[in-house]
Design a protein around this ligand. Structure first.
Ligand SMILES: O=C(O)C[C@@H](Cc1ccccc1)C(=O)SCC(=O)c1ccccc1
Ligand SMILES: [Zn+2]
Length: 173
């Protein structure tokens, strides 16, 4: 089932999401809906708060190769347990801040620990686009958006554009 993606500014995008206590059938259904919504957007990642669910679940498929078979990852209660000193700058976008892109500097590599859909603890190292994406998604679980890393003036410009977009969408209805 496709879920509507919340557009910034929205208070639910600034909240800290709650840990998931057990990987139930409901959680697996939520993950399936988020995967469907991510591919439909299209995006390379999606965090639960972006579809208005304030729990700690993200989905990702950051392989850019359009020919590649879809290979979505589901990360439950993900946490960064190590990050490299070395940084990487990437032009990021966000499905909750449509058509706005800006350069964000983040650790080039991160090691992440999470629960998979079978409730098993997994640890994996990410680099390049995958590292950028998983950090962007975990930020969403903590109420942080990529524009929070920009200079205040640039952030304000983007926020004002989104407020205008939402006014037009409301009128368009
Ligand atoms: O808002 C999100 O979490 C999704 C976001 C993830 C992300 C993109 C780029 C850098 C860091 C994190 C997106 O997927 S925006 C859309 C996008 O970047 C894209 C869409 C289709 C193909 C390739 C990229
Ligand atoms: Zn985002």
């Amino acid at each position: 089932t496709l879920r509507p993606i919340l557009i910034h500014p929205d208070p639910r995008l600034k909240k800290v999401a709650d840990p998931i206590a057990e990987v139930s059938a409901d959680i697996r259904k939520q993950a399936d809906d988020m995967i469907e919504t991510m591919y439909d957007a299209p995006g390379i990642g999606l965090a639960a708060p972006q579809v208005g669910i304030l729990n700690r679940l993200i989905v990702m498929d950051a392989q850019r190769d359009p020919e590649a078979k879809p290979n979505p990852m589901v990360l439950i209660n993900p946490e960064v347990i190590w990050e490299s000193e070395e940084k990487n700058v990437y032009e990021e976008g966000c499905l909750s801040i449509p058509d706005q892109f800006a350069e964000v500097e983040r650790p080039k590599m991160v090691r992440v620990r999470w629960l998979d859909v079978d409730g098993k603890t997994v640890e994996e190292e990410f680099d390049e686009l995958w590292a950028t994406c998983v950090q962007h998604e975990i930020d969403h679980l903590n109420g942080t958006l990529f524009i929070d890393y920009l200079k205040p003036l640039k952030r304000q410009m983007i926020t004002r554009k989104m407020q205008k977009l939402k006014r037009e969408m409301a009128r368009g209805k």
